[in-house]
Design a protein around this ligand. Structure first.
Ligand SMILES: C[S@@+](CC[C@H](N)C(=O)[O-])C[C@H]1O[C@@H](n2cnc3c(N)ncnc32)[C@H](O)[C@@H]1O
Length: 568
């Protein structure tokens, strides 16, 4: 195939969707609007959003430090992000209440001349789609992301970087049709690149860089930078390892979700799907680190991430536990209803709610948690040296084993996640359910072909089950916030409809700030007869739907806030 530079070496990706999903989204948003959303998803936001840890510092101090870092950076970061070279790219968020959020403007898409600044035809590196998405957010091209490259690449050579996008197979599957280490063949006489997917991979050129390793090195070593991408389609500084503990890179809607919960000092809050802890730490800061946030997640290692982030940010009101959100409620009087903790000397204390006297039970019901449970959790969170909390007996057995056998993997990582058996009904003032979702709002995204209408519905089913648990854990008069990072109505408006129809004691509550757009009103009938109900007129302005193609230029995100009325 003839090498057509202008169509291959530009950045104009077209997001591929499953045809039925595309039809569904076209119905939901209208074809033009969905086309705009789809295009916006292929690009990063034009700015990095930084949440300042106000427990440790101020946004003014952070702006000063970041300006210095950008100005003094050897990579010329300030020049990299300044599109017009004049005004400072760093500014404080102007939305009332969000002054502790700092924006760093980036620029792009830039047209990168193929082979600009070099004499010969550049050599080429093909990276995986995941690698490219990270690079578009400001990361370097790391070794594991490189799939193929032309022959004879030497360290220091100029290379063009393109994306090896998934292609459809014969059986409805998708693959890159390439094994790592493939040599891209170029017929120099005819100026032809031997890529069977030449045209399918066009429009996916993400920049020019300098090879940091030879071709052999790129496929031999396990980590490190493969290409220093110094001429990029999108220029956004990476704040990896910058001002650790003082700032946290977080999407604006995620920060808004923490505000929607409206946490108050001294309250007891559950973050049901907390890892890596972005919203947990945002909530803790809004509470000025006073009160108790239980940060739960199903994944042990991810719980450790929350512990690490909390420690790095110097936040002490966060306790963590490993807990399946589908089993978050432990009913009083059931034998399994016990909370086990490991004390500082690794002996264990077990409190079973079924062992509580009826007086204690009443007190527990009234306050939401028993003194025994409190002290049990305190033991875990304060005495355990590595910060674990609600710990199961199997964990204790493992821990004893580890003591005998030396340090295990998790210990050497500096922590251990306590396993919780759940919490009694009505035991939290507020609950955040930031549900696992299809993540179809995250950007930049270069491929969306794997989700089907059935898988989209299944996400919604999973979220409804989690919601059923969450709603039981909030006390009467409390607040439940439900959020996702997807544009899929089955996981957003349809879950809200389910919640309001099933739990008559729930009502949508106003959110502050409200900077997202309205939700979708109506219903959708699918060709297979399935009917999905969305919001009713009047409800759309109560939720916040962040549209990636809107002026705010955020990820796609959805937030619904519920007030919990009397439950009987
Ligand atoms: C959207 S992410 C949460 C992001 C987090 N709230 C933050 O702001 O940093 C969803 C999380 O849900 C967790 N998860 C998935 N299924 C779960 C389950 N059944 N119970 C608890 N957590 C679950 C995943 O491990 C993942 O960390």
């Amino acid at each position: 195939m003839e090498m057509n530079h202008s169509s291959r070496y530009c950045y104009e990706p077209v997001l591929r969707w499953d045809p039925e999903v595309e039809e569904y989204f076209n119905k939901a948003y209208g074809p033009d609007h969905f086309a705009r959303i789809s295009k916006a998803l292929t690009r990063p936001s034009s700015y990095s959003c930084i949440r300042v840890n106000t427990v440790k510092t101020t946004s003014d101090a952070v702006i000063e430090k970041l300006t210095k870092i950008l100005n003094e950076s050897e990579d010329g970061l300030m020049k990299l992000v300044q599109s017009d070279g004049s005004s400072s790219p760093i500014s404080k968020c102007q939305i009332p209440g969000l002054e502790y959020v700092v924006f760093v403007k980036g620029s792009g898409p830039h047209r990168i001349e193929y082979g600009s600044g070099i004499e010969n035809t550049p050599k080429e590196v093909l990276v995986s789609r995941k690698c490219a998405e990270a690079v578009l957010r400001g990361a370097q091209v790391y070794v594991p992301g490189v799939l193929a490259c032309t022959a004879h690449v030497e360290k220091g050579d100029a290379v063009a970087v393109c994306v090896a996008m998934e292609q459809p197979g014969d059986e409805g599957d998708w693959s890159v049709n390439m094994t790592r280490g493939t040599t891209l063949q170029v017929d120099m006489c005819r100026n032809v690149i031997v890529d069977p997917f030449f045209s399918e991979r066009s429009g996916l050129y993400i920049g020019m860089g300098t090879a940091m390793l030879s071709r052999a090195g790129m496929f031999r070593v396990l980590h490190g930078v493969a290409v220093d991408l110094n001429n990029r389609v999108f220029r956004l500084p990476s704040f990896h390892n910058v001002l650790e503990g003082e700032i946290f890179l977080q999407n604006l809607p995620s920060i808004v979700a923490a505000h929607a919960l409206d946490p108050q000092k001294g309250e007891r809050i559950l973050d049901m799907c907390a890892a890596p802890g972005g919203k947990t730490t945002a909530i803790a800061i809004l509470m000025n680190d006073e009160g108790e946030i239980v940060a739960a997640d199903r994944s042990h290692n991810k719980v450790l991430d929350v512990q690490r982030l909390s420690a790095e940010m110097g936040l002490t009101c966060i306790t963590t536990c490993k807990l399946d959100a589908l089993k978050s409620v432990c009913l009083p009087n059931t034998p399994s209803d016990s909370t086990t903790s490991v004390t500082g000397d690794n002996s264990c204390s077990i409190t079973s709610h079924s062992e509580l006297s009826s007086k204690e039970k009443m007190a527990s019901d009234a306050s939401g948690r028993s003194e025994a449970e409190k002290s049990c959790e305190e033991n875990a969170s304060t005495k355990q040296p590595n910060g674990g909390d609600n710990v199961s007996q199997s964990e204790i057995r493992k821990s004893k084993g580890r003591l005998k056998n030396g340090r295990g993997r998790t210990q050497s990582q500096g922590g251990r996640a306590g396993k919780s058996k759940g919490f009694p009904p009505n035991s939290f003032d507020r609950v955040l359910l930031d549900a696992p979702c299809s993540a179809l709002g995250l950007r930049p995204r270069l491929f969306a072909g794997l989700e089907t209408v059935i898988s989209l519905r299944n996400h919604g089913r999973y979220q409804r089950k989690m919601f059923d648990q969450a709603v039981q854990l909030v006390r009467v008069g409390g607040v439940l916030v439900y959020s996702t990072c997807t544009i899929n109505p089955s996981e957003n408006e349809a879950v809200v409809r389910y919640a309001l129809d099933k739990y008559k004691f729930l009502s949508l509550a106003p959110q502050n700030p409200r900077i997202g757009g309205p939700g979708l009103v109506g219903r959708c009938e699918f060709p297979d007869g399935y009917v999905e109900e969305w919001l009713k007129p009047g409800e759309e302005e109560m939720v916040q739907k962040f549209d990636p193609s809107a002026e705010l230029d955020t990820i796609g995100f959805f937030i619904a806030k519920f007030s919990v009325g009397p439950k009987d």
